[in-house]
Design a protein around this ligand. Structure first.
Ligand code: GTP
Ligand code: MG
Length: 445
């Protein structure tokens, strides 16, 4: 598990991914509070948790909700509720209890011992799904890093009681306990994974450095909003993996998208966000999300058919803030309008978000309007220009190919006429270079 070959961890986290087993039967646990979490909210959260459990291959058979304003530091729940769960587990063939909130290592240990059943929290469930989904070396490394960082404090607490009995076993040095050996190994592995991630990021940087001067856009949004479906529709050669599962996409995928007969942009599909996305995952996925940080602007894909779409929009905004994306260059794309039940609902959404687009990626509705909006948006920052020069002026032609997006070229007598597009930020530098290399140039607005 988790790629930890030097030793085997024999405690709660040492499990096979769910998909290796027959479906595990799960019980979900949430808490509602009078202050900030009403019962309908908790039900919605548990619906999402059920979707997560289902994505991980478990079958949810029951739910328990406790109304409680303060979490018990040792048990998370009140003792009566813990006993109730114990009874359900004993009577109901439950293999797994999943808490919607993050449990402290002590709470997880106490609950697991008392309930006598596997106990996990939302964070661990999300980490497991990411582990199952990870394909590329980068995603695998990022997920393993996040898992080990999650595991480290649990390793400490869970093994504290064992270290006394286990003293003397293993390859430890004089006076060293098993827990210290294991902690050291985990830390070593964490350091190794961080190094590996830095190397991958560096390689990625060199690969993208010479990428042409085409505008870059990134699709961001809540998981399952339809980002990959939209990418597949907009870029016919994309073949991004889309599925009615959470976190179908983990790796950023970039493809060319034609805006019209002349212009293209680079479009990136990225990992979806979710409420309470583990901070460690956000941290370790930072470099995967580089495309988001470097994009000219973002298309925020929203599942308009989801009843909690506004809360999802807030989660996306907060996560973007967390990864350090500050630019407010974002177009809201309300997707799945084909699945919005009432017509009135859609109209009120359109009134509430007038600057937004309303599309259906699956049915191909309004995608022309989306392309137009992107073109218009880009026109604020990019200028179309034209240059006529002698065709033997290879240096100048080569320079333009490298620093601008070439839209068209024509030959007139001995000359070449190039139409290009460049970011306003780069125009003065390009002009100065052209002036140095050539005399004839004419700008078309
Ligand atoms: N009804 C309807 N379903 C859609 C539409 N667009 C996408 N879907 C469905 O929504 C589900 C999720 O789509 P994806 O494209 O995988 O979503 P995603 O945002 O890439 O999800 P992650 O990669 O998990 O973050 C799939 O079952 C799609 O078929 C749409 O316009 N209408
Ligand atoms: Mg996707």
């Amino acid at each position: 598990m988790y790629g930890l070959t030097p030793f085997t961890l024999n405690f709660t986290l040492d499990r096979q991914p769910f998909e290796d087993n027959a479906k595990e039967r799960a019980l979900l646990v949430g808490i509602s509070s009078r202050q900030d979490r009403s019962r309908p909210h908790v039900d919605e959260y548990l619906n999402e948790l059920e979707f997560l459990a289902d994505t991980a291959g478990a079958e949810v058979v029951s739910r328990v909700v406790q109304e409680r304003d303060h979490k018990d530091p040792a048990w998370f729940l009140g003792s009566g509720k813990v006993r109730e769960i114990e009874q359900i587990v004993k009577g109901g063939l439950i293999d797994l209890v999943i808490f919607d909130d993050e449990l402290s290592p002590v709470q997880a240990r106490n609950l697991e011992r008392s309930i006598e059943c596997k106990v996990i929290d939302r964070t661990e469930l999300i980490l497991q799904i990411f582990a199952l989904r990870a394909q590329s070396a980068q995603a695998k490394t990022q997920v393993e890093l996040a898992q080990l960082e999650y595991l480290l404090p649990r390793l400490t607490r869970l093994w504290t009681h064992l270290s006394k009995q286990k003293g003397g076993i293993g390859t430890k040095g004089p006076g060293e306990t098993q827990i210290e050996t294991d902690r050291r190994l985990v830390r070593k592995r964490i350091a190794f994974l961080k190094r590996k991630l830095r190397e991958i990021a560096l390689q990625h940087e060199t690969q993208t450095k010479d990428r042409d001067a085409v505008p870059r856009l990134a699709l961001v949004g809540y998981t399952n909003a339809g980002k990959s479906t939209l990418m597949n529709q907009l870029c016919p050669e994309a073949e991004a993996y889309a599925e009615d599962r959470l976190f179908a996409t983990l790796d950023t995928k970039t493809r060319r998208m034609a805006l019209n007969a002349q212009e293209v942009v680079l479009l990136s599909d990225t990992v979806g966000f979710i409420r309470k996305l583990p901070h460690r995952l956000v941290e370790s996925f930072r470099s995967t999300l580089d495309e988001v940080r470097q994009a000219d602007f973002l298309l925020h894909v929203i599942d308009a058919s989801h009843e909690g779409y506004e809360e999802q929009m807030k989660v996306v905004a907060a996560t973007l803030h967390e990864i350090g994306v500050k630019h407010d260059n974002i177009i809201n794309v309300f997707n799945k309008i084909d699945a919005v039940g009432e017509r009135g609902m859609l109209r009120s959404m359109q009134r509430k978000y007038p600057q937004s687009l309303f599309v259906s990626a699956k049915r191909g509705i309004n995608l022309g309007a989306l392309r137009e909006a992107v073109t218009k948006h880009l026109d604020r920052d990019y200028r179309r220009c034209s240059l006529r020069t002698h065709m033997a002026n290879y240096k100048l032609v080569g320079y333009l190919y490298k620093h601008a997006e070439i839209l068209d070229k024509q030959y007139i007598d001995e000359d070449i006429v190039i139409e290009y597009k460049a970011h306003v930020r780069d125009l003065s530098q390009i002009d100065a270079r052209i002036a140095a290399l050539e005399k004839k140039k004419s700008h078309v607005a």
